[in-house]
Design a protein around this ligand. Sequence first.
Ligand code: HEM
Length: 357
Amino acid sequence: MWTLCIGALVIISITHWIYRWRNPRCNGKLPPGSMGLPLLGESIQFFAPNTSSEIPPFVKKRMERYGPIFRTNLVGRPVVISADSDLNYYIFQQEGRLFKSWYPDTFTEIFGQQNVGSLHGFIYKYLKNMVLNLFGPESLKKMLPEVEQVACRKLQGWSSQSIIELKDASASMIFDLTAKKLISYDQENSSENLRESFSAFIQGLISFPLNLPGTAYHKCLQEEHEAILKNRENNGSGLTWKEYKSMTYTFQFINETVRLANIVPGIFRKALKDIQYQGYTIPAGWAIMVCPPAVHLNPAKYEDPLAFNPSRWKGMETYGASKNFMAFGGGMRFCVGTEFTKVQMAVFLHCLVTKYR
Ligand code: HEM
């Protein structure tokens, strides 16, 4: 009899627990979606590798079924995924009030407990100011000749090779440009492991194949950069900040590359309070994943979104974030490396199109 009672109790508890897993408590209406299997949630589907340069299949399928805001469960955490540009914008604007930057433990394990995305308050401000000092406009102006030197040296090295593995080459160039500044890399004393891990990380991010030569845009770029050389006021050979800032086509090219490359698949936040949005409630404590690729590749926002068409940026060069462009995040946590990234890409293109065919 007792065994029967205990068995029934266990079954009731498990059923209740599964019911609660599928229907989490909420003071309102949760966004639509599925919480997946108990414990696992939908983690397996989410992390399934894919080679598509489209909106990640996990997100695309659910957007079609539930709309741009849906709920799921990843690695045991309830998460709302947003492909809605208005909600994304709201989330960025409400940093520290309704939402706060939060990244899963797996992320913190890779980037360390003290990574800037997981820090708040005084230490966050201190670290952010430190990075801003290193990569703000005044430092970048001084850094310009060094970036040009590295880009030209790398290109020269590659030009003597018959085949270049683009991922290796880019990773090694980014390492040389960034590592010394960012992680005090000292070639003499640091282990090769650091270079290897960094390269592996960068290679994982680079996925978008660009076919520059032969495109209509190649010609525009070439003309823009050759004009810079022709109109050069100073006699020195280095690129100046004024020249860098004058590169209209180059910035369109860079924006389009960053829009399509989508190297940041998700930006994470945690709800600090119950959030009401469009009739849905996001419960306090839930994670929210802003999904930039879902906005950048949305045909309602960008015509023929998979086409590499830099001229779509004509007259609307974005230097910051906008509702439809969030490759570098937005709001208070907007990427402090944005300008540094653009400097690297612009200078690299400058060396490439003025020195090589
Ligand atoms: C193509 C290259 C890059 C992309 C796409 C990118 C993207 C992003 C994004 C989306 C965020 C926002 C994260 C969030 O809101 O949680 C961010 C933040 C950040 N990025 Fe970048 N980034 C790039 C390069 C860099 C570089 C080169 C640096 C270093 C100089 C850098 C430093 C930072 C820092 C320190 C933050 C944190 C800012 C904060 O929390 O206030 N990024 N980045």
